[in-house]
Design a protein around this ligand. Sequence first.
Ligand code: FAD
Length: 440
Amino acid sequence: VDAIVIGAGLGGLLSAAHLLQRGKRVVVLERLPHSGGRFTAKNFHGVQVSTGAVHMVPFGSSGVLSHMLQRLHVPHRLFDADVFGSFHAHGKTYRARGLLGVLKFFSPRQSWWFLRLGWLMFFQPLPEEERRLPFDLWLERHIPVEQCPQLVAFFASIARFALSLELHQVSTAEVVNTTKNMLRYGAPAIVKGGCGEITRQLEQIVHSYNGEIRLSCEVLQILQEDGVVNAVRVKQKDTGEEELIQAPLIVSDIGPRATDGLLHNCRVKQADVLKPKDTASSSDEAASAHVQEAVGLKVHILSDVSLIPHKGIMYCLDTQRIAGMVQPTNSDPTLAPAGKHLLISHQVIQSNNVEEERALALSDLRYLFGETFDKHCQILTMGTYRGEWPVNRISQGEDVDPQLDVRGLYMVGDAVKPSGYLMVEGVAQSVNNFLDLLEN
Ligand code: FAD
């Protein structure tokens, strides 16, 4: 073959489709028995329960992913949000059609500071020394934060929902670039059929070009000679057979830590990634150097009654943990059985105490929806996303270089997202970058 893609996540499948379109012979190797990684879903009693993404594409039908799918002739439909968002604050929900709609729930004083921040973020060049400043410190520098609790909560809930980060974990440059892109491209969208539908269509495109996707096939090692990649050693899980597959080009969709592990013939395990930093040995530290993932907890809820009346995100400013929720069945009712509503909440995990994080999620849900929650809602799943299966393999803004020291080896996916491109938009843009590197 001409190219090997390690991992059939969204980044791997998009890369494979592009390479095949350019006439290359490609094999995609996936260790799980299904494709899609964190961007697919399983049918659970008629509900599309996702392996990661909340069925949402951040920049909607005008975004990078949508354009890429169009170029690849991948059939898909996206339902753009009909609002900028709604905001649960002071125990009430405020609906904002556009960005300025948020002024409804700010006091006049906080509205003034909000407009001033907008002017600084969008109309003024960001001074060099402020670029790396954590966003919470930047806010402190420009507004009287103690007098603006709603304003700070507004930024915090968006950062937690969209980036899975606290404000002290994200740089000002990243917030500015991401916000500019959110406004430039437009509202997020829900995928018709859910994220699994995009994965299925991509699989079909790969097959239609005679590309091969080998499932349950784990890459154990990346081989190189004189600094140039030439093969991978794989194990077919069902038969236990090992074999070498040779190619001059290897695209890795599994992030820098696991890729580095494979170059050193070792598998990075979930326990290694979750090990507290102070107990990690020096070799663990080498493997995890510069890698900080974004972690979260997501709840799938099935409700008899509709709880969110729009297609966008409901950001939660007055909860203990939950940062935001969506009701994807408002866009595509087939994501749940007829007459039922699927809701998904997302929060950042703030401690290692998972039980406590789950309890806080539950208490937030009861706070948000009152008695209706216990009467009409059923929790389908409540899962944490961290270690080898995080929300973002590398936190927004800390992403690594897609080109490695070894010639012929490139990385795509959510560890190499360019600045300003979040989640699957970042994955798609990482594939654009990889294709540019290949041509130059
Ligand atoms: P992955 O999907 O992780 O793909 C990597 C693949 O490589 C996996 O299938 C893995 O099994 C395979 N693999 C690993 N090691 C090997 C090996 N040695 N050999 C063979 N195969 C291997 N994004 C959005 O845009 N919108 C959202 O609403 C959204 N919500 C999210 C909510 C949660 C809770 C989570 C977890 C993520 C969310 N994301 C969202 C992020 C989005 O899911 C990811 O950015 C995206 O799916 C990452 O794709 P990827 O191809 O980079 O990696």
